[in-house]
Write a protein that binds this ligand. Structure first.
Ligand SMILES: Cc1ncc(C[n+]2csc(CCOP(=O)(O)OP(=O)(O)O)c2C)c(N)n1
Length: 340
């Protein structure tokens, strides 16, 4: 099969990405480091939440790391990102500092929103990260707006608008699909299908479960991807980003992934069994899969341990930095406020 042919379609189902990505060991190690960073960061965020240091909501990305790491590893400088409230991994993958993200989670002055936004509301124009949005699917039209800006300015950038499987049932997503296709906007809609919304499975909530096909009526191509395999994600990202960058309009990637933790920090998790979660962790963990590949490619345990140690200290320094940072002054209540 030709290297370029990356999609296969069977009996009316959406095409699936076929991996043709063979990165160097150096790149594999970078991907491993980024995924481990997100995992350790999220574990620490969960601990700090348990200790009462994180106020408000906190949605962890553990299990889904391969999606954003794979996408961002193919994205180019100047491409923009917008996502939902499950956003810490996206910020780290965009190159935002773990110390600033942790400080924001803990409501401190050195956080990305000066401690006023918290887990769901952080931004970095420098890194082209446009949030962090708490309203389900609200980020999708914003993504089209960012794509419009890329096209209007002719800067060659593409927007990646990440949304969940639950969000994919929202009306505003389809208004966005229509305009994005009509105006041929450079936007990749990355549906992170982690199989559950807040407390309901896709099977119970979605009519027509192939979310990659949701853009068919608008002529938007879609691809279903193993979102637990970072190499499959990279192959699909290349296809989608090239499509958008060459002026052909939007693209949909449905990433089949899985969240290991509860929806938010308190979740009775009655919608799935413990066995199901354990089986996903044991058989499909994105980090373990990449670790195995690295070992097969000749990496040694000691080298990987060094990466683990490096990440551990980054995360523990981020937590120390956050907890040492002061809370915002009371005057901050009156800054960054829009009065219409
Ligand atoms: C418009 C709106 N409706 C309901 C909610 C409450 N809510 C928050 S997250 C969520 C589930 C969304 O699930 P999904 O899009 O699959 O994303 P995931 O949490 O799995 O990443 C719901 C219903 C909300 N924040 N906004």
């Amino acid at each position: 099969m030709a290297e370029k042919q990356i999609a296969t379609r069977k009996r009316g189902r959406p095409p699936k990405a076929v991996i043709n990505d063979k990165p160097s060991r150096e790149v594999l190690e970078q991907l491993y480091e980024q995924m481990i960073l997100i995992r350790r960061f999220e574990e620490k965020a969960g601990q700090l939440y348990g200790m009462g240091h994180v106020g408000g909501f906190c949605h962890l990305y553990i299990g889904q790391e391969a999606v954003v790491v794979g996408m961002q590893s193919i994205a180019e400088e100047g491409d923009s990102v917008v996502t939902s409230y499950r956003d810490h991994g996206h910020m780290l993958a965009c190159g935002m500092e773990s110390s600033g993200v942790m400080a924001e989670l803990t409501g401190r002055r050195d956080g990305y929103s000066r401690g006023k936004g918290g887990s769901m509301h952080m931004f970095s124009r420098e890194k082209n990260f446009y949030g962090g949005h708490g309203i389900v699917a609200a980020q999708v039209p914003i993504g089209a707006g960012l794509a419009f800006a890329h096209k209007y300015k002719g800067d060659g950038g593409v927007n990646m608008a990440y949304l969940g499987d639950g969000a994919a049932n929202q009306g505003q997503v389809y208004e966005t699909f229509n305009m994005a296709a009509l105006w041929k906007l450079p936007v990749v809609f990355v549906i992170e299908n982690n199989q559950y919304g807040m407390g309901t499975s896709v099977a119970r909530a979605a009519a027509g479960q192939d979310l990659a096909d949701r853009g068919k009526a608008y002529g938007i191509p879609g691809l279903q991807v193993d979102g637990m395999d970072v190499l499959a994600v990279r192959t699909a990202a290349r296809e989608a980003l090239d499509h958008c960058r060459s002026g052909k309009g939007p693209y949909i990637l449905e990433m089949k992934t899985y969240r290991y933790r509860g929806h938010s920090m308190s979740d009775p998790a009655k919608y799935r069994t413990r066995d199901e979660v354990d089986a996903m962790r044991k058989q499909h963990d994105p980090i373990e899969q990449l670790r195995d590949l690295l070992l097969r490619e000749g990496a040694d345990e000691a080298g990987l341990k060094q990466i683990d140690q490096k990440v551990k200290s980054i995360v523990s320094e981020a937590a120390d930095f956050a907890l040492a940072s002061p809370e915002p002054d009371a005057e901050e209540l009156y800054t960054d406020i829009l009065i219409a």
